[in-house]
Design a protein around this ligand. Structure first.
Ligand SMILES: Nc1ncnc2c1ncn2[C@@H]1O[C@H](COP(=O)(O)OP(=O)(O)O)[C@@H](O)[C@H]1O
Ligand SMILES: [Mg+2]
Length: 494
């Protein structure tokens, strides 16, 4: 609130200040131009008067001396703010009309004029007012026969300039005040949505995560609102996910704990046979193992999301690796009388953490077996397209409902809670697998149709290391495979 207010004030102040400075500068320029223009007109005016007076005089003078024709002089109507004086060659005033001047001040100018030079000067009347004068020689046959002085008070100019000054000042104050007020009003209006956004964001921040900012304008503010609302969406879903995750994790750990507690309490009720103790302890051990595997998975998830898991990346012959894994789980499939088939298996070299990749693919293979009814078929294939190895595990199992598809990579998500739990699933496998695939620069995709089957494909970038490293990767895996498996692989590769 405080911030908005100060922004509003600051904007208005800046705006007003800039406008006032511009107006002031403009007024000053106009004042300067006006002053020079008025002074110029004053000078032109007195010069004209002087010419007029000189003309009268020279016409009057015929014999080389100045004579004054009173009739003609009467035509030269003197104004009350003017002065007009005529001097003989000896500086003696022959005529003085209008205002009286301080003689001492004009002596120099008269002297100049009698020497043939005309000039302007600013001086004082006897009353002390400022007056502009023009002195010029009176010529007869190219010789000076006297001098003429004409002057006019500068008061007219001063009055005009003064009235301009006060008008400009009033205009400046009025315009600035109006512009400031208007600017404040406009910025208030412009910032109103910002205030609304701030208030709503505060409500949302205070805990009402489902609220959204409702502003539909497509302007800049609208873009901010859109970004904020998107952020709130993400925050809300992250928050919901977080809460569900915590409650799921607690729930998941409570079940084995209750079993352990119940079993221990029951067993301790009376003395039991050795066999009963053994049974109780083995149940407790089993539940403890289950719990510790959940906790390990959770730790891994938390650490990998924080980017704190160290993956040991080494060249790995992916085809051989997948064949080994398939071999490892084949016993599970056999138990459910399922067909576990290896289709086309290429053998690209990738850079990967073998232990983590084992975790990823084992879960996908186990899921396929777990969620496929007996006598179903599971097909494993590995192809390389555009430097990407794609491992696909397809089954003919129960499939995944369309609504569940987007959730299966979330921790603890199980489409069928009871069934998965019975089968020993924690719902963390795919979440972990996703993290592992991402850490390898790859991804997991799923396609599924309910009651028809699912297909999980993991894409991993193919690495082309130098031939020596590739050979090493290949040999390492070959060397690792048990004898029986080599036969198995030989059979598959046929
Ligand atoms: N091949 C599959 N067929 C059908 N459903 C599957 C398959 N793989 C995974 N799912 C669904 O995805 C859920 C999450 O899988 P996962 O994270 O591995 O957890 P879990 O296997 O412990 O249940 C499973 O509970 C199941 O509902
Ligand atoms: Mg699983």
């Amino acid at each position: 609130m405080k911030l908005v207010k100060s922004v509003r004030l600051r904007l208005t102040l800046w705006y007003t200040l800039v406008l006032a400075s511009l107006l002031l500068a403009f007024s000053i320029v106009v004042f300067i131009l006006l002053t020079s223009n008025l002074n110029q007109r004053l000078d032109e005016g007195i010069k004209l008067r002087s010419v007029h007076l000189s003309a009268i005089l020279t016409e009057a003078g015929t014999s080389g001396t100045l004579t004054l024709d009173t009739n003609e002089i009467l035509n030269f109507q003197i104004q009350q703010d003017e002065t007009a004086q005529v001097f003989g060659t000896d500086s003696v005033p022959l005529l003085s009309l209008g205002l009286h001047l301080d003689d001492s001040l004009i002596k120099l100018a008269i002297g100049d004029a009698l020497r043939g030079k005309s000039a302007y000067a600013t001086t004082k009347t006897q009353g002390g007012d400022q007056i502009r004068i023009f002195v010029s020689p009176v010529l007869h046959d190219a010789s000076v026969i006297g001098a003429v002085l004409v002057g006019r008070e500068t008061r007219g100019v001063a009055v005009t300039l003064d009235s301009y000054k006060s008008m400009a000042l009033i205009a400046l104050i009025l315009i600035t005040a109006l512009a400031g007020g208007g600017g404040y009003f406009i910025t208030s209006r412009a910032l109103k949505p910002v205030r609304y956004i701030a208030e709503t964001a505060k409500v949302i921040g205070d805990g009402d995560l489902s609220r959204r900012i409702e502003l539909t304008d497509g302007d800049e503010i609208g873009a901010v609102v859109l970004t904020l609302n998107n952020m709130f969406d993400r925050l809300q879903s992250a928050f919901i996910r977080e809460r569900r995750f915590t409650s799921d994790a607690s729930h998941e750990l409570r079940t084995p704990l209750s079993i352990i507690e119940a079993e221990a309490t029951l067993t301790l009720e009376k003395t039991r046979s050795k066999n009963d103790y053994k049974k109780a302890l083995s149940l407790i051990a089993q539940e403890t193992t289950h719990m510790s595997s959940i906790i390990n998975d959770l730790l891994f998830l938390a650490r990998s999301e924080a980017g704190k898991v160290n993956f040991v990346m080494e060249p790995l012959a992916l085809g051989d690796f997948i064949k080994d894994l398939t071999m490892d789980v084949s016993v599970l499939a056999r138990r459910k009388k399922q067909k576990l088939e290896l289709k086309r298996i290429e053998n690209p070299i990738i850079l990967g953490d073998e232990i983590r990749l084992r975790q990823l693919f084992l879960n996908i293979l186990e899921n396929a077996i777990r969620y496929t009814p007996p006598k179903g078929t599971i097909t494993v294939s590995l192809s390389v397209q555009d430097k990407t190895a794609v491992v696909e595990v397809a089954d003919t199992g129960i499939g995944i409902a369309a609504g569940a598809m987007e959730h299966i990579f979330e921790p603890f998500f199980r489409a069928d809670e009871s069934r998965a739990r019975e089968d020993g699933g924690t719902g963390l496998g795919l979440a972990i697998g996703h993290q592992i695939a991402v850490a390898h620069g790859g991804k997991i995709k799923v396609e599924s149709q309910e009651n028809r089957g699912s297909s999980f494909s993991v894409s991993l970038p193919v690495n082309t290391p130098d031939p020596a490293a590739a050979a090493l990767a290949l040999n390492k895996r070959r060397g690792k495979a048990p004898k029986g498996f080599r036969l198995f692989r030989w059979l598959f590769s046929k």
